[in-house]
Design a protein. Structure first.
Length: 304
């Protein structure tokens, strides 16, 4: 269910009994914040701040979560489905879309990060999902995003290098295409229980649209035009087909047991008032095609 942003139920869902202003303070970048800072100690005993932050200094938590929720609604998937898939990716038990890969090489971590909602859940860096065939500059960026430090370098010059790369990353976040999503042990929990992919102004954000496509979830499964037909008996792919050829095979080989719900969707979409038996042949085929793809298509059809 997609709430309106000012719906009290939506706000309550986000806050989880923590006042919104206090929660946003916890999520802001805290570089250089001392544990003894009186201002924070006076109103909050939370101390597991993130130096880079979960939320940009000027971002609204409600706006970020609501905006990301709209993307999930657009692709007909859920927070739980994404979180479950990410846990399988980290465990090595999930097949990403062929254009993406999960990388856990060169990982370094300075410790664990606790959930800002104080749920008792902790996590650390596990890897990054990237697009394949990146340029050298993009490779450097995708690898660096995994590392709190450049493999332990800590001289003054190294620190300047770190700052420069982080600034470049933040510029890309605002202007360039998304080419990676940092994955932590904490991320599935943040997505499943708090509907949160992190703020759009922080380098550790995992963009939901990028994840949906990489994980091959929801309607994103129908965006790639090339498919192969998988023969279950021989466990081999028979041929490479265009989407039109694939659609014909789906209609010929797969029988839709109950097309009524798809016929109803077709009628609503076309604002029809007539009974289903009065639909045109084209409308019937459209309903059958959609139903076949949803119910059966991807049991036998696998992306190349």
């Amino acid at each position: 269910m997609l709430y309106k942003i000012n719906d009290p139920n939506f706000i309550k869902l986000v806050e989880k009994e923590i006042p919104l202003d206090r929660l946003e303070q916890r999520l802001r970048p805290k570089l250089g914040l001392e544990d003894s800072d009186a201002e924070y100690k006076a109103h909050d005993n939370y101390r597991d701040f993130s130096g880079e932050g979960f939320l940009g200094k000027d971002e609204s938590l409600l706006e970020v979560i609501h905006s990301d929720w709209q993307i999930l609604s657009k692709y007909k998937t859920t927070h739980a489905e994404i979180a479950d898939a990410l846990e399988k990716v980290v465990a090595g038990d999930y097949a990403l879309h062929p254009d993406y890969e999960f990388r856990d090489d060169g990982m370094a971590s300075l410790g664990t990060q606790g959930c800002p909602w104080y749920c008792g859940v902790n996590g650390q860096n596990t890897g990054v999902i990237t697009k394949k065939n990146l340029t050298d500059d993009e490779e450097q960026e995708a690898i660096f995003i995994q590392l709190p430090l450049l493999l332990g370098k800590n001289s003054k010059e190294d620190y300047k290098e770190i700052i420069k790369i982080k600034q470049d990353i933040k510029k890309r976040l605002k202007s360039g295409p998304t080419i990676y999503a940092p994955i932590t042990d904490l991320l599935p929990h943040l997505i499943r229980d708090h509907y949160f992919f992190e703020g759009k102004d922080v380098p550790y954000r995992a963009d939901p649209e990028f994840l949906i496509k990489a994980l091959n979830l929801g309607l994103s499964r129908f965006e790639t035009p090339i498919f192969t037909i998988y023969d279950e008996a021989t466990q081999t792919t028979q041929s490479q087909l265009t989407s039109d050829e694939t659609e014909e095979i789906v209609l010929e080989e797969l029988i839709l047991e109950n097309p009524s719900e798809f016929l109803e969707d077709t009628k609503k979409e076309k604002k029809l008032s007539k009974d289903s038996n009065e639909l045109t042949e084209a409308e019937m085929n459209a309903a059958r095609t959609w139903g076949a793809k949803i119910k059966f298509g991807f049991k036998k059809l696998f992306r190349k």
